[in-house]
Design a protein around this ligand. Structure first.
Ligand code: KIV
Ligand code: ZN
Length: 521
């Protein structure tokens, strides 16, 4: 046992010395996720993002399966990416030829090797399978491309046959062999021994492809790397057949932070990549997902929030920070929130409550929390406004004076807004696609050109029925440093509600900036 991070813990940091290659199969196995279908444009966007992230291989698809699939693999292969682009092929010459025609740099040849899959899918003898694998690998190698060979369902294949087929493809100069745990039945300690025996037996790079049927895909991939595998197959957000494949972010961050291993991944793009794939596939990232989930660096309970505010390592791993993965730390208000956290969040928002006001705010938060509500920053600001009063927060940067709007079917909607901006009276007229747009444009136009604030959220929620319904408008604004605040207003007049919400959000953001400047000074 070696001491690690101040405690006695089994240290795995010296176990992986060489670089581990990251083979991404989001566009092939990931696209086999039930319910997911990507068009060419989406696939190109994902391929470019994976390249930006720094994966070594992008498995772009199965070219022989359809004309659309062939075209998309070929287009990705011709994008001029840094990553090597790979196409999938059975032990059938026309499959491999389709990969070559699609201009991929790597061909992934696979064949089932377990008795159950052989008997119920390809129905060939062991001799025929070995011959087919050798011929296809040889064909790929003759074309000058890199060849990866997979013994599908390896973890349920007899070790003798696995040894035979891997040695056979080695003979025809296969570059990389893959050990798929196709139905996710391996246990990490068993998979370690299994992979180690194969690594000791062959002279090729060993790769693994782990499915997540028992939630062990990442653990198995890590065990394989400990055993000597130097390439892992992963999918963004753990997409893939059934329960998916090993999750890219989890595998990579475990390798980097826990094992101290190296990969070519630029980890600061992990959140960005996960969210892009979430948007394009429609498969939601759970809030509790490690690394990139909304809650991965969020703290609610009083004890945790207090600790993290003092030193983030108290209730975070420390060896992995939100900045490393492109995430943000959040203190979330709820029934477990403590005084310290509320005071800190309020201070960041420019509020300086007295002890009694802070106590009152805390009680209101807990009351809402007990009713099952999570309190967003915007709600906290609303509570603070009521308890402290607007005046106590200091002077408003923008004070609205007048708003008038002209609209109709023969004129372009135009809004005129008069306001005091940092004490100076300003009037501005602006057009828009509708009255709300015109008014929002006019308010934005009132700000100095060096105040860069843009709209990041705009929602209109009717909160009572009928023609005189109260419209509740929620507006979020963001500055160029990524600071975001939102505000809401409810009125029968939707234009006024929008303008008031916008002005209030701008004021909050400016207060936040002023508070940050004061802190710096
Ligand atoms: O799960 C699997 O075995 C596969 C192979 C094609 C490698 O996806
Ligand atoms: Zn698979």
């Amino acid at each position: 046992m070696k001491p690690l991070w101040g405690i006695v813990f089994y240290d795995v940091r010296s176990l992986v010395d060489e670089k581990v290659r990251i083979f991404d199969t989001t566009l092939r196995d990931g696209e086999q996720t039930p319910g997911v279908s990507l068009n060419l444009d989406d696939k190109l966007k994902i391929a470019r993002q994976l390249d930006k992230l720094g994966v070594n291989v992008i498995e772009a698809g199965f070219p022989v399966s359809s004309k659309g699939e062939f075209d998309s693999v070929r287009q990705i292969a011709r994008e001029g990416l840094q990553a090597q682009v790979c196409g999938l092929s059975r032990i059938v010459k026309k499959d491999a030829q389709a990969c070559l025609d699609a201009d991929v740099g790597m061909v992934h040849v696979f064949v089932p090797t377990s008795d159950i899959q052989i008997a119920h899918t390809i129905k060939m003898s062991h001799d025929e399978i070995v011959a087919g694998a050798m011929e296809t690998v040889q064909f790929v190698k003759d074309s000058g491309r890199t060849c990866l060979f997979s013994a599908m369902d390896a973890t349920r294949t007899s070790p003798q046959f696995l040894h035979r087929i891997f040695k056979a493809v080695e003979e025809v100069h296969c570059d990389i062999i893959n050990i798929p745990d196709t139905v996710g039945v391996a246990a990490p300690s068993a998979f370690y021994r299994f992979v180690k025996d194969i690594c000791d037996d062959v002279n090729m790079v060993v790769d693994v492809h782990c499915h997540n049927d028992f939630g062990l895909a990442v653990a198995n991939s890590l065990a394989a790397v400990e055993a000597g595998a130097r390439e892992v197959q992963v999918c963004v957000n753990g997409l893939g057949e059934r329960a998916g494949n090993a999750n890219l972010a989890e595998t990579v961050m475990s390798l980097h932070a826990i094992y101290g291993a190296r990969t070519s991944i630029k980890t600061e793009y992990l959140v960005e990549t996960g969210r892009m794939v979430e948007r394009l596939t429609g498969v939601k990232i759970p809030i509790t997902a490690p690394i990139i989930g909304d809650n991965a660096f969020s703290h609610e309970s009083g004890i945790h929030s207090h600790g993290v505010i003092e030193n983030s390592k108290t209730f975070e791993p420390g060896i992995m920070t939100p900045e490393m993965v492109g995430h943000k730390r959040r203190i979330v208000m709820g029934k477990h929130t403590g005084r310290h956290a509320v005071a800190k969040v309020l201070e960041e928002g420019g509020y300086l409550p007295t002890e009694e006001q802070l106590q009152e705010i805390l009680e209101r938060i807990k009351e809402l929390g007990d009713k099952g509500k999570q309190i967003a920053n915007i709600d906290l600001q609303a509570i603070a406004d009521v308890v402290i009063g607007e005046v106590a927060r200091g002077s408003q940067a923008v004070v609205l004076k007048e708003v008038s709007v002209m609209t109709g079917n023969i004129i372009t909607p135009t809004a005129t807004v008069k306001a005091l901006v940092r004490g100076k009276e300003k009037v501005l007229a602006h057009i828009g696609v509708g009255p709300v747009d015109a008014a929002v444009n006019a308010v934005q136009g009132l700000l100095d050109s060096d105040t860069s604030i843009h709209l990041c959220d705009f929602r209109i929620e009717a909160i009572s029925g009928g023609a005189d319904a109260l419209a509740e408008v929620v507006i979020g604004v963001e500055d160029d440093r990524g600071r975001k605040v939102s505000a809401r207003s409810a009125r029968e007049d939707i234009v006024m509600a929008s303008v008031e919400a916008l002005v209030s959000a701008i004021n909050r953001l400016m207060l936040l900036n002023d508070a940050a400047e004061r802190k710096k000074a």
